[in-house]
Design a protein around this ligand. Sequence first.
Ligand SMILES: C[S@@+](CC[C@H](N)C(=O)[O-])C[C@H]1O[C@@H](n2cnc3c(N)ncnc32)[C@H](O)[C@@H]1O
Length: 182
Amino acid sequence: MIICQGVPRFHDVGRDSRLRWSGRRAAKRILELGTAIGYSGTWLARALADGGELITVEHSTDTAAIARRNFEKTGVAPKVTLLVGHAQTLLRDLKGPFDLIFNDIDKAGYPEVLDPCIERLRVGGLLLTDNVLWKGDVARRDKSQETAAIRTYNERLAKDPRMIASIVPLRDGVSIALKVRE
Ligand SMILES: C[S@@+](CC[C@H](N)C(=O)[O-])C[C@H]1O[C@@H](n2cnc3c(N)ncnc32)[C@H](O)[C@@H]1O
């Protein structure tokens, strides 16, 4: 299913020329929010175009130190800039445009980073977000802060006229959103 300006539609993503086109261009600039130990960051860095860069943000100093070591071990360190601090704060000084942004911070922080992420994405760029189904709780009566924040994030993203968003029911739910206009 794809959600375009708030309207859900069943959709063959593979045949959408805009999605196909965006998938063909290797990313030169990737931003990741939520580095943890650098697992997804390593894969993102490996997928960069030649000369590309990954900027990744982690608020725990200890975890960031482990990620730095892992980026060295996996050989991607020269392509990676690891910023230590809160994504919400660091985003203010991060200049776009990015080809791809991967959002994977604490779920309560999702709504606050949505607009800054969209603003820093190029038209044709992708915003990927993890855990958007939250074990199915987004569709239940669960009222936790995290669930409410993910619901808000998903709804705002679905209604944003700059984006075409689709939720892929892969594990905990990944949303893939394409920026189609400024
Ligand atoms: C789910 S883990 C990230 C996993 C990683 N992206 C991966 O797939 O390998 C979330 C990480 O984001 C960090 N984090 C959570 N909220 C954050 C925030 N507001 N700003 C920066 N880092 C944050 C946490 O310390 C944690 O290491």
